[in-house]
Design a protein around this ligand. Structure first.
Ligand SMILES: [Zn+2]
Length: 252
């Protein structure tokens, strides 16, 4: 649509003019999406170039921050084996590849029960495994703080919740690259902490037993290729920071 194209081009030029200050403003950024926004308000990007064969970016843009913390020390003597993607509570999470769900932690949570650990693991058709930890466990907007009362409806995407009701488990459910699968939060060992998705890539469908891959470069490549979804403004244009792909690489 010509009008929208002109709008998005003017937005792009406006963003380019702002680049130096925008870079120094991260990770605060100009846009803090409301947690009441749902996936229906997102829009696909222009799409990745045909040559791109990498993963789909697993969290809606814009992010709060993303850094390469592979190998960084963690509690209990562990070293960090993934990438932490910081985004607002309830920011949608997406399947990175076609595949099927291996495990959905928290899927047995019943309404009204306090449940504080939700995650999804996907067995990719590409032979690798993909793990999303810290899916949302709280009531949206947290009117009562981190209450752990979000339930499955605010941890997993609506289609998966329907599948869960029908099948009793999410194990074996097929997902497609780019499909909405869940919501960002702070459950598990990040409970009541910073909202983010801890994202891992395994070399096989074996919980990392064969080895894990540092996802960071693949995540940056997905953003740079436009293999993403992002929040949009009232005119249908992507939220500003979604255009600042290279600025998401906040180095230590
Ligand atoms: Zn992490």
């Amino acid at each position: 649509m010509p009008v929208l194209r002109r709008l998005s081009m003017s937005l792009l030029f406006a963003v380019m003019a702002l680049l130096p200050s925008a870079a120094s403003a991260l990770p605060l950024g100009p846009t803090v999406p409301s947690t009441s926004q749902t996936d229906s308000m997102t829009a696909e990007s222009d799409g990745a170039p045909d040559a791109y064969e990498g993963i789909f970016f697993p969290v809606r843009l814009p992010l709060d921050a993303m850094d390469n913390t592979w190998g960084a020390p963690r509690s209990g003597g562990r070293s960090h084996a993934g990438t932490d993607i910081l985004a607002p509570q309830m920011a949608p999470a997406y399947a990175t590849v076609d595949g099927e769900i291996m495990r959905a932690r928290g899927e047995d949570c019943v309404e009204g029960q306090v449940c504080r650990d939700y995650y999804l693991a996907i067995a990719g058709d590409d032979g690798r495994g993909y793990l999303y930890i810290h899916l949302n466990d709280d009531t949206p907007d947290r009117p009562n703080g981190c209450d752990g009362l979000g339930g499955v409806e605010h941890a997993f995407a609506p289609r998966l919740v329907e599948e869960l009701k029908e099948r009793g488990t999410l194990e074996g459910v097929r997902v497609e690259a780019g499909e909405h699968i869940g919501y960002t939060g702070s459950s598990g060992n990040a409970d009541c902490g910073v909202d983010h998705i801890h994202f891992e890539i395994w070399e096989a469908h074996d919980w990392g037993a064969s080895g894990r891959v540092n996802p960071y470069d693949e995540l940056v490549a997905a953003i740079d290729a436009g293999s993403t979804r992002h929040e949009v403004d009232d005119l249908g244009a992507p939220a500003t920071r979604a255009l600042l792909a290279s600025q998401l690489a906040i180095t230590q």
